[in-house]
Design a protein around this ligand. Sequence first.
Ligand code: ADP
Ligand code: ZN
Length: 783
Amino acid sequence: MRVAVPFGKSKIYTAIVAEVHQKEPTAYQAKDIFQILDEYPIITKKQLKHWQWIANYYMCSLGEVLRSALPSTFLLESETQVIKNKEFMLESSLTDDEFLIIEALEHQEVLPIQKISAILDKKRVLPILNDLLKKKAIVLQEEIIEQYTPKLIKYIRLNERYNDQVALGELLEELSRANQQRNAVMTYFSLHGATKKPIKQKQLKEVSKVSPAVIKALVEKEVFEIYTIQTDRVNFKEATDSFKELSEFQEECYNDLNTSFEINEVVLLHGITSSGKTEIYVKLIDQVLKQGKQVLYLVPEIALTTQLIDRLQKYFGNKIAVFHSKYSLNERVEVWNNILNKSDKAQLILGARSSIFLPFSELGLIIVDEEHETSYKQFDPAPRYHARDAAIVLANLHKAKVLLGSATPSLESYYNAEQKKYGLVELNRRFGNVLLPEIELVDIKEGYRKKRMTKHFSERLMVLINEALDEKEQIILFQNRRGFSPIVECKSCGVSPQCPNCDVSLTYHKLRGELKCHYCGYHKPLPKICSACGNPSLDTKGFGTEQIELELQELFPNHKIGRMDLDTTRGKYGYHKIIEAFQSREIDILVGTQMLSKGLDFDNVSLVGVLNADNMLNFPDFRAHEKSFQLLVQVSGRAGRAKKRGKVAIQTFNPYHQILQQVTTNDYATMYKEQLYERHQYKYPPILRMVKITLKHRDYIKVTSGADWLYKSLYNTFGTNILGPTSPAISRIRNQHIKTILIKLPQDKSINLSKAVIQKIKNSFQSIPNYRPIRFNVDVDNY
Ligand code: ADP
Ligand code: ZN
C-alpha cells in the first residue's frame, strides 16, 4: 500500500511499503508513518519483485523504477497549507502584511501558499510566514491532495411521484402551456419508455432540442432529478467479428508455436511482412483468455497502433484495455485499477514499453510485436530498461509464455534462438501467397552526375510514381529526416548556423521559416545573412520530409500529398488522422520518417520509395547495418500487401553495399551471418554485454577530468574491455558536455560481480567533491 511519510521538518512524500519487518534501523532514527493512503494494496507482490529485478539489473534505485511504473497520480504531491492558530489573539504587534494574512484566514480556514502570495501580491512570503509562526499566529499543515478525480456522468430521471398515472396526467396538463417543458418530458418518455435504460442529461438535451434553462426549470420544479454515475473514461464496444480462418501455412505455424511452447518459455516467430502474424497472435490470445489468464500485447509505439486496436477490438471487444501514454492520467489510473481487479475489461492489455509495469494478477502470455524495435528500450531517465527483456522476466514470475514476433528479428533474439535459449518458428509466405515486393536499387550518383534528377527524384522513381498514380494506387515515400533540410550553409564561407546549446547544426523548417534544434528545441527565424561573413549567401544542403512534400506538391499538383513525421503527428489523435486519411485514400502520396515502418497495413499501396538509403548506413554505430536492414525491409513490406505484388525503389549512391543487396533479396540469413561475424570480430553484443556510462556537466574541464579518473579506476578491473572515454557524435546537448565510457562484459563471467564493481567505483567517484556535481548515468545493454 501507499503511505505518506514525513521527511525533514515539513515535507511529506508518498512511499510504498515494500516489506514489513522488525529490524530497528541503527544508522538513523525512524519516524512514524504519517498516514496510510490506500484501503487495499494497489501494487502486487509480483510487481515489487519485478521492479526489484529491474533496479538490480539496470543498476538504478527502486525509487526510480517506482517513478516510472506508477501513474503520477498515485504519487501524491505535498502542498503546504496555512491555518490560523485558534489560540492566537489579535494584537497590534502585527505588520501590515501579517495582518492581511490573519484577516484572510478569518474568512477562509485554510490557505495554500500561492493564495497568500496572491493576496499580498508578493513572491517571497515564506519569511513573513516564518515570523507569523514565531508569533504562534499560524500553524502549517502539509496537506495531501488526491489528484485523481473519477469521471461522473450526469443522468436525469423523472421524480418517483410521477410513476402514478394520475399525477403524471396532472403534470402534463399543467405543462400544456409550457410547450418546451412539455416537450422535454415527452422526449424523456420516448427515450426511456421501451428500454428503461438510464438517460444522460446530455442525451435528453440533444434529442429534445430544448435549452439547458428548460431542463433546469424542470429540476427546480422537482419534476426531473439529476443523479451521477461514475464511469470509465474509455470504453470499447462489444466484439463484432469472428476470427479469420487461418491459411494452411498459418495453421501450420500456429501448431508449431504451440509445440515449441511445450518445451520453451520464449519463442521467436520469424515471419515475413504481411505473412499474417497478427491473425496467429489472435488465436493464441483467445486460447489463453479461455484459461482465464491475462495477455499483455506489447507494441513499439501505441499511437501508431490504431489499426491494430481496431482489428483486435473487432475480435475481443470490451475485453481489451489500452495503456496509452497519450491518455490522460485519470484514464491510466482506470486501466491500472481494472487490471489490478482482474476486471473483465482488462483481459487483453495493449501497450507500449511502460505497460510491463502494470499490476497483472495472472498473466498467461506476453506478445512482443516487432521485437527488434529500438523503442522498446528506454534511454532516459532511469530505469534504462529494455521492455522485451524485462517482459521475459515478468513472464517468468507469472509462469507465462513469451512470443517474440518480427519479420526482421534483432540479432540478439535470433542469436538466443540459435543458442537454443528460445524456440524458433518461421513463416516464409505472405498471406494469400502475394509475393514479397520487387525491390530495385536506383543509383543516384549517375543521376546527379548526368543532371537527370528531377529535384530529389531519379528518372526511374518518377516513372514508377506516375505508373502507380495512373493506376490509382497509393505511394509511400520514406526519408529518414524531418524538416526541410538538415543543414543551412553559407556558400561564401561554408559556415552553418549552430545551436547555441548543443553541438549540432540547426535544421531548417521552411513552413515556419525557422531554424530548429532537434535536440533541445531551440529555434530562431532563418537569418537573411550569414552571421560569420555577413554575405546574403545562406543555402540549404541535404533534405528532409518537409522538402520532399513541397517538391511533390509542385510535381504532382493534381494529387494529394500527406506527411507523417514528429512535426505532423502531435496531439492525441495526430497519427490517427493521417493514417485514416491515407487508408480512406484521401492521400495519394504519403511522405514520412521511420514511423512509416511500424506495422502499418494499407491495402492499396503498390509503390514504396526510399529517397536516400545512405545516411542510415553510414551512421556511426555498430548496429547501423542491422538497423538499416530492418528499417528498409520493414518499409518495403508496406508495398503490395493485399492483392498484387508491390514495387520498391531504393535510391542510393552505393548500390553495391552488401546490406542493400541483402534487402533486395530479403536475405535475413546472410545478413545475420555477416553481422554476427563482425560482432565476434570486434566483440560486440550479442557476443558480449555492454554497459555504457555517460557523464554530463556544463564544465568541459570538469567532465573530462572526471572521465579520465573513471577510466583509470575501471581499467584495474576491466582492462582492455573498456572503450573510451570518448565524446559522442553530438558532444554537447542543452549546454551539457558529454563523455562516455563503454564497458564490455564477457557473457561467461558473472555479470552481477562486474556490476557490483561498477557500482562501487561509481560510489567512490561520487564521494570526490569535485566530481559530485557531474551527472553519472549507467545504461546496461544500451541497444
Ligand atoms: P503481419 O503482421 O505478418 O505483417 P498481418 O497480420 O497484418 O501480417 O496480415 C496481413 C494482411 O493479411 C492483413 O490485412 C490481414 O487482415 C490479412 N490476413 C492475414 N491472415 C488472414 C486470414 N487468415 N484470412 C484473411 N485475411 C488474412
Ligand atoms: Zn540545441
